[in-house]
Design a protein around this ligand. Sequence first.
Ligand SMILES: Cc1ncc(COP(=O)(O)O)c(C=O)c1O
Length: 442
Amino acid sequence: MTGATSATSLDALWMPFTANKAFKSRPRLLVSAKDMHYRSDDGRTILDGTAGLWCVNAGHCRQPILDAMMQAASTLDFAPSFQMGHPLMFQLADRLAALLPEGMDSVFFSGSGSEAMDSALKIALAYHLARGESERCFFVGRQRGYHGVGFGGISVGGIENNRKTFTTQLLPHIDHLPHTHDLAHNAFSKGQPQWGAHLADALEDMVAKHGAERIAAVIVEPVAGSTGVLVPPVGYLQRLRELCTKHGILLIFDEVITGFGRVGAPFAAQAFGVTPDILTVAKGLTNAAVPMGATAVKTSIYDTVVNATERGIEFFHGYTYSGHPLAAAAGLATLDVYQQEGLLTRAATVSPVWEAAMHALRDAPHVIDVRNIGLVAGIELAARDGVVGARGYDVFTNAFHEQGALIRVTGDIVALSPPLIISDAQIDELATKVRRALEATP
Ligand SMILES: Cc1ncc(COP(=O)(O)O)c(C=O)c1O
């Protein structure tokens, strides 16, 4: 064991989404970070190809965010948000509303992306109930969708591994649209693939099967991230929007990773020109310096729910940490940094350089697809001898231990999503490190 590891027992911690036994036999510990880099416990500099976990959009340890957090923590450590409030949470809601697509002017805070999604599902049900349509209780998610790990999120989500242990207790009244991933039609697409808009029409089949009047909401990530960067085909999200509107179904965009500039606009809704009814965010909301999630809704949804109750609490839902002062301060400072540095649109400017560097990996060993949008790329590898994920895992560990790069893999797909401050030279460096990791992996 090295550095901090030698003084730290790894035994007591049950690590999330981690191969615990493999990790503990060869740990990967990060001990500090600044801008585009981490430092590992053995003193190496690691280029961050994943903005932590799709979340440190402005780069690490940004001083204005840290200063705002210090100030907030020493002024108001906590204030309850049930029947009470504090100015920062209102200010952040206001700033968010100004950035969100027009008409999405109400914001409900939570502590994570998973909580933001559970809040979204509950708001959808509360909205239909307030309008007297209590039979609208079906949720339609999408295969390969990731919406966090609450029972709501894994139910509407479509990742089998996340559901298989819990199948007896998932939410009832759920169906899933097909995913849009199809290498036969779309391999090596640059930006949005041309093929696949018609896959949204599967919603008509769900309507025929369950009845339009029973479907509360359709939930999708505009760009699916956790299952390996699935970029929406041209026209797909527009078609989903049309069908939802036609059938009175709410459209929920999970923008936990696409929010805050990842695809070249503040939100993917704006980048793709499609406005949902409900939109969830987390991660980049505070540059991940402190946990926070939020669920934004159209004003008409807020009005409908709140006006349906004459007196008292209108919506029985909330978290101890909804709008926490430290998180709200970090959120406000983060939005300042994003706006002052033009980070909410920078991915659109850098995208051609990123696209060229990523697609140049096409001839690297094992690569069967490269896809990209904004500052995101998916590099899909052939699975090794039918053992799904083994090659991806080896590329990931080689990148970290030998090349000095943090990349992310899901199965055999390398997903890259660096901080939005990445320079052209660092894009090249990241691509080179990924190529070397691919070349070093059988
Ligand atoms: C699209 C999406 N939704 C929800 C979540 C869950 O967020 P959290 O881990 O903060 O609960 C994630 C996390 O990666 C995500 O990518």
